[in-house]
Design a protein around this ligand. Sequence first.
Ligand code: MRU
Length: 376
Amino acid sequence: MASNTNGLAADSTLQAICYKRGSLQLLDQRKLPLETIYIEIRDSTDGWNAIRDMVVRGAPAIAIAGVLSLAVEVFNSGAFNGSVADAASFLQNKLEYLVSSRPTAVNLSDAATKLKEVILKAAATSSEARSVFQAFIEATEIMLEDDVATNRAIGSYGASFVQQHSEKPKLSVLTHCNAGSLATAGYGTALGVIRALHSEGVLEWAYCTETRPFNQGSRLTAFELVHEKIPATLIADSAVAALMKAGRVDAVVVGADRVASNGDTANKIGTYSVALCAKFHSVPFYVAAPLTSIDLSLSSGREIVIEERSPKELLNARGGLGEKVAASGISVWNPAFDMTPANLISGIITEKGVITKTGADTFDIKAFVQKTGDQA
Ligand code: MRU
């Protein structure tokens, strides 16, 4: 079921995920910016399809929408004819299924791992299947609430760090893809940094790329920037080098789908090209991401699985949603992400602070996570 609402949260920010216990609606991001339509998500199958089909996208939003789809499923499921152990394995299997929707972003898999611990703990202390479901639902709701606070912290740390590392009183910042309210539960990560700079009065200008082929930049980031009344300009992906050569970019801030323990970062296809241009033009290149985007099990980005999507995204207009535009018979390679090596990254902005380099080429993210975890 689809419904029309104005797409805004109470604080008038754009809202990709509308949740009340037992009810989940996702803003259909394929329709933006032309239409604001929410789709009702009744269960984890709807959740899986919404993630796979890009109704909801962006690493943190994928994680939260995915686990909430299972929360509404179990809330509305009525009587469960099974034991506590059956309830636990039902939830664990469904989480595995959800994680299989898209391979590159780690946040959903991270959420699933944490929720499995909650499930096991609840199963060990409960006598009823319902209590296991209840513990699961409550834990997913905390994840939803925490995400906005996390993003605000990223915005605040990022804005201070970027300013401290620039000699200019006002900065022009470029971003790629969409790492804003629409890619999260609210506020955004990379776009959160831009929003924080703007609200502190130190943003000269924001630039967003189109982000071919799915156009997350022209459809979603441009939409958010206009909505927030942030002074901004849209450029073609291929204009990044020229913009930097003209001296119009003081910093780049992008999001992340998965960061390996040495700092290598998978993000939207084209991020690597932007980082190479930034290196050449001595423009600092920052990754803004929550700690849930970090995958300490991977020693480098070479181990990150890069999703390949349908040729249709290139062959047809509007990232595959419109009419055919490419020559019939041409073959297509359509990786959805690329990997930016750590040596091109100036800093990784998280909700616990900014991770800086330990050597010329790598970050010691494990040590940072350990240190900030110990302080918490
Ligand atoms: O394919 P998408 O639209 O899910 O890709 C999104 C990105 O690459 C974002 O930059 C990333 O997920 C960070 S979102 C805060």
